[in-house]
Ligand binder design. Structure first.
Ligand code: ADQ
Length: 467
């Protein structure tokens, strides 16, 4: 097997001690890196006064990581700036939140160039290079300019916006043209891929074959749909570990016979948290007989706190949750439990398992792994119901969820009522269909599928398995 070099903004080295507490993506990438003796390269998350390009190599659980520190201006312009204040809102269809500043573009270019310079000496002749996500779109081109002829793939974890939105980015052309340095580009859904194809067709006059192969100015790029999965079988087991069972029992006890609705997200405006609260509020105000028998647990640890829009959403959720509890709470019932901290993977699995409903309402989401984890954690004999936004990439693979439009509080309230009242037989049959899909298209399926496109010379999909 050829050696794989994975590049992502942040590197999440696997840890031997906490092996049960790692996300599916880390587990999957670690499996292929271990097997191919590869390297995972990216930002350490640490700051240094001046960028040195010194690489910190570490080996953990059989995986080699190579990380660099960034200087404060890089973090401000590249990470908080162009990545999270320009591309993130724009790619989630929130043009009005996107900030277009040349300084951000310069910082983004600078960090991508620095990454390319630093990574270059590590790449040897036969290596495959796999670049991840919107932080690093131009990295492939920077590597090509430095003479790299290896196969290089790119995977976008977030949506690709419709062409009419994309063109509001001042340097849109340059950014998309740079993607033609890659051999393969992967998206979670047909929708995101189609938006990309629309753009290259209309703006660049590129030729597109039926299989997604795009030819533009002598370069060939293959666009593929490759939806990420979770380690479904392992996750289902996680939900029965001691920590998970203890958490599940505690949740049942504290629920005092009430049905729990659960939401778990990074605190981000793309996740539709305000809309979720408003939908739940509608349930409380329109279905009195049901409302005192439920509560919503929303877990949302803050993220990207250096960005003002994130401070604003946090403040508005604080006030909305206060309003809802102020209006509906009684002496022995808090209708909305709003918690701003993260939980370990096994504790979270126990919380999911204790819930009657998983409520996932993004306004736009590349995939959404919480929806998948919620399903995998359920008790097959008494499963909870997933209520899922049409606008999450996951909806394309999960038609047996109760699908909703998160912009409509009435639809959310109706779906919650339907889920809370759903007979056991229907819950079981929906859950079984969802779980079958998660097991079939799990995270290793995703990885092997992308690797087969990245290295078509091998002829067949590699069969890397979780350790
Ligand atoms: P995210 O936007 O971070 O990922 P998501 O797919 O939901 O969103 O993944 C979040 C992960 O963090 C899940 O594994 C979840 O368990 C964990 N998590 C969330 N809240 C937590 C909490 N309070 N405590 C502990 N863990 C928590 C981006 C894209 C998504 C895409 C993924 C993967 O935005 O659309 O699905 O990448 O491609």
């Amino acid at each position: 097997m050829k050696r794989l070099i994975v590049v992502s903004n942040r590197v999440q080295p696997p840890s031997e001690e906490a092996s049960g507490n790692q996300g599916g993506l880390t587990l999957a990438l670690s499996a292929v890196l271990r097997e191919s003796n590869g390297i995972w390269f990216g930002w350490s998350g640490e700051e240094t006064e001046t960028y040195t390009g010194n690489i910190n190599f570490q080996k953990s659980a059989g995986v080699t990581t190579a990380t660099v520190d960034l200087e404060p201006q890089d973090i401000h312009e590249y990470y908080d700036g162009f990545a999270n204040r320009t591309l993130w809102p724009l790619f989630h269809y929130r043009v009005s939140l996107a900030e277009f500043e040349r300084g951000f573009v310069d910082g983004y270019e600078r960090v991508n160039t620095r990454f390319a310079d630093t990574l270059l000496p590590l790449i040897t002749e036969d290596d495959l290079v796999w670049v991840h996500d919107y932080h690093l779109v131009p990295l492939g081109q920077r590597l090509r300019e430095r003479g790299v002829t290896n196969r290089i793939g790119f995977f976008l974890h977030i949506p690709w916006p419709p062409m009419r939105l994309m063109v509001s980015l001042p340097n849109h052309q340059e950014l998309v043209e740079s993607m033609f340095a890659y051999d393969v580009v992967g998206f979670h859904t047909e929708d995101w891929k189609e938006s990309f194809l629309d753009y290259v067709r209309a703006q660049m006059d590129a030729q597109i074959d039926e299989d997604g192969t795009i030819v533009w100015q002598g370069r060939t790029l293959k666009a593929v749909v490759c939806p990420i999965g979770i380690d479904a079988a392992a996750y289902a087991e996680t939900a029965t570990t001691k920590t998970a069972r203890t958490m599940c029992r505690q949740m049942h006890e504290s629920a005092a016979g009430r049905g729990m609705i659960v939401g778990v997200d990074r605190l981000d405006y793309s996740k539709g948290l305000q809309e979720r609260f408003l939908g739940y509020e509608r349930l409380l105000s329109t279905r009195e007989s049901m409302s005192e028998n439920v509560f919503l647990l929303q877990i949302a640890p803050p993220s990207r706190e250096g960005v003002q829009t994130y401070q604003e959403i946090r403040a508005s959720l604080d006030s909305l949750s206060g309003r809802i509890n102020g209006e509906f709470a009684t002496v022995d019932w808090v209708p909305l439990r709003y918690v701003n901290k993260g939980y370990s993977r096994d504790a979270l699995a126990g919380i999911y398992r204790a819930a009657r409903v998983g409520l996932v309402t993004p306004l736009r989401d590349g995939m959404n792994l919480v929806a998948k984890e919620f399903v995998a954690a359920q008790d097959p004999e008494d499963p909870g119901v997933l209520v899922l936004s049409h606008f999450a990439g996951a909806a394309a693979q999960m038609p047996e969820a109760v699908l909703i439009n998160p912009y409509s509080p009435e639809e959310i309230a109706d779906a919650l009522a339907q889920a809370l009242d759903m007979p056991l037989a229907e819950r079981k049959s929906r859950w079984q269909a969802l779980m079958d899909g998660l097991l079939r298209e799990d995270v290793m399926w995703w990885l092997n599928r992308f690797m087969a496109e990245l290295d078509p010379a091998t002829g067949a999909e590699p069969e890397i398995e979780l350790a």
